[in-house]
Design a protein around this ligand. Structure first.
Ligand code: AMP
Ligand code: MG
Length: 354
């Protein structure tokens, strides 16, 4: 398949005439049952018509994704949620008022019109109203409902830039809309509103603290905070291998005075064995590392930058032929909860505590 590329240069609310025409063409592809990757404020999405089961089947095939891992339906007006959910609880309206458009997905009982192919066979549906202006226009022109998981091959880090979408999806989908780098860099917070108590299934930019403040108290899936709890995760996607770089990623937790010598010691040992080692470090201590490839994920004072850089740093290591990668650890509060959730998954939960 020949994958077209539409470059958004101007961006923002005001698109050029060519960009508008390109988006109309992208929408025609989606209406016709094809697939288009597009930017959102979180990561790039791989979009198809959410109400067309054939489109959802194509999404799973293009990603190599297991078909029981459900997709998120993206809308561009709050009212449009009514057609795809069976019930709209008061809490959902409150949450939408506070956080939509934005990086938050709600799980609600699905209406009959939503095909099971889109929900991975479930009776619930995931809904998000993104704030990215290009995403909003594409959804509106495509008929209002775009199913979109992240636009990466299954198992790889989510794409935070169009270049990574091209890397994974060129030749597999009809079009890629290139709007450079995204703003947030981690996927949306997923909040389950289909059970008795609101529960976070995936942490994200909208934090547990923010949701607690709005709703009183929200639960959080134990598999997020305690990865070795032995319980099956409730968000279906969470059971699959995720974000994993080619090298073996190990998180090292503890005070910097111990973490740095530990990592340097292992890097030296690997070097003697003829192997290359990578390090994911923070700006404050970066020059103290001695390893083959040392990458900066940002400053400890700026969690938003760490979140934005995480997936691209993981992807960059795939070009470096490192056999092991050591990463610093981060406090799992606020946005740190989402950062640690993704990092732990990428590491297959390998963590050394010093
Ligand atoms: P992605 O956008 O690639 O992260 O994929 C969407 C993720 O949303 C899936 O992996 C699931 O974890 C989650 N999800 C989507 N629909 C549902 C649902 N009905 N119930 C629970 N989780 C869902
Ligand atoms: Mg994904």
């Amino acid at each position: 398949m020949d994958t077209k590329c539409l470059h958004i240069k101007q961006g923002g609310e005001r698109l050029s005439r060519e960009e508008e025409a390109g988006l109309r063409q992208a929408a025609e592809i989606i209406r016709g049952g094809g697939l288009v990757a597009f930017p959102t404020e979180t990561v790039y999405g791989l979009g198809g018509d959410a109400l067309n089961p054939e489109s959802s089947r194509k999404i799973y095939a293009a990603k190599g994704r297991p078909s029981d891992n459900p997709l998120i339906i993206h809308i561009c007006r709050f009212e449009d949620i009514r057609k795809i959910v069976r019930q709209l609880p008061e809490a959902a309206v409150k949450i939408a008022e506070a956080f939509w458009p934005g990086p938050l997905t709600m799980i609600l009982p699905k209406a009959l019109i939503v095909p099971r192919e889109t929900t991975g066979g479930l009776d619930t549906v995931a809904v998000r109203f993104p704030s990215h202006p290009v995403a909003q226009k594409l959804i509106a022109y495509s008929g209002g409902y775009i199913a979109a998981p992240s636009a990466n091959l299954s198992g790889k880090p989510s794409p935070t830039s169009a270049k990574y979408v091209i890397e994974d999806m060129d030749g597999r989908i009809d079009m890629i809309i290139d709007d450079g780098e995204v703003g947030i860099g981690l996927e949306s917070t997923i909040l389950d509103l289909a059970s008795d108590m609101p529960r976070i299934l995936r942490p994200g930019y909208i934090t547990q603290e923010m949701l607690d403040k709005l709703l009183g108290k929200v639960d959080i899936d134990v598999t997020i905070v305690e990865p070795d709890s032995g319980q099956a995760p409730r968000a279906p996607g969470m059971k699959y291998r995720h974000y994993a770089p080619k090298g073996r990623l190990i998180i090292v937790e503890g005070p910097a005075e111990r973490v740095i010598p530990y990592i340097n010691g292992h890097a030296a040992e690997n070097q003697r064995a003829g192997e290359k080692t990578g390090v994911i470090g923070t700006a404050e201590v970066l020059e103290q590392y001695h390893a083959d490839v040392v990458k900066c994920i940002g400053s400890r004072k700026d969690e938003e930058t760490i979140a934005r850089n995480l997936f691209s740093v993981l992807r960059e290591f795939d070009d470096e032929n490192v056999t092991s990668i050591y990463s610093e650890s981060f406090p799992a509060q606020g946005l740190g909860q989402a950062i640690m959730n993704r990092l732990l998954k990428a590491a297959g939960h390998r963590i050394v505590k010093l």
